[in-house]
Design a protein around this ligand. Sequence first.
Ligand code: PLP
Length: 346
Amino acid sequence: MVKNEIIDLRSDTVTLPTEEMLEAINQAKLGDDVFREDPTVNQLEEMAAKKLGKQSALLVTSGTQANLISLMSNTNHGEQVILEAQSHIYWYEVGGVSSIAGLLPKTVKSKKGAPNPEDIQTAISPKDIHFPKSSLICIENTHNRHGGTVITPQQIQNISKIAKSNNLKLYMDGARIFNAAVALEVDVKQLTQHVDNLMFCLSKSLSCPIGSIIIGSNKFISKARKLRKILGGGMRQAGIIAAPGIVALEKMIYRLKDDHNNAKYLAKQLSKIKGITINQKCIQTNIVMFNIKNFNITNERFISELEKANIFALILDKDMVRMVTHRGIEKEHIEKTINAIANISK
Ligand SMILES: *Cc1c(COP(=O)(O)O)cnc(C)c1O
């Protein structure tokens, strides 16, 4: 290991493409994807739809664009969307849900990311002239702000029953859906079968440089394709983005288990450091969140002390630090991180 190697635990988005991905980009057959003539994009979309058990798929620029397009494709302007209170759509997507999709968010609290079906039922507007029409329920799996927690197939099915009986659509922000599938040891289709549509990110723990994919019925995806165009996301020789995506779906999923094991190990070692509070049971995938309130230094100081050791982490909220494991983070990096934190506390 290089002595001054950077250990970047801020996010799994920092992963760089593998050699094989770069080679795939080099070899990719290309065409104009707005004309549906890029064979590599077509291949990736077909592959993704099949793997996730739906009719059709659409490659888009980012997770934020995928969510925005999906919100718009599932609803009409002025309707109400039910979101989990800590959801990425509500917190981190610049309010596009309202400013662009024209939706009124109604938030529902949860303990670890999966709202109770009864709470969702309560959030749905009654049919009354005063209320906006509720038309969509969104869930997030794994759940980012809850610390990478998973929602099980049974929980999704229970929420889908509420959606169906009230004639609402159910959408899943599955940015890290493969982390959920690997953690639960289920086929990803078990997580997708009870939602109408979903998205996942290629650009996070799957190591691709760019891109997310929306998955759903033929009808939903053709509407989404048009919305992607209006939002400026129609790309031309997008095969250079799709090529590493194919490598990711073929080869990058199984290794997520290593990231999860490293996250659990990190959490266990953190729990031994005086002043750090962490609930090890919440470490279900590759995200580790912990509280430094009893450490008696400011957030800024904690982060800058780590930076001196070339270790990067994120402050999530007051006193809450987030570290994410990913390809390139090995056990020795975790050890080094733990030592650096233990040294701050001295
Ligand atoms: C990262 C993330 C997104 C957005 O993806 P970007 O590619 O960063 O726009 C959406 N939802 C969740 C749960 C995420 O973690």
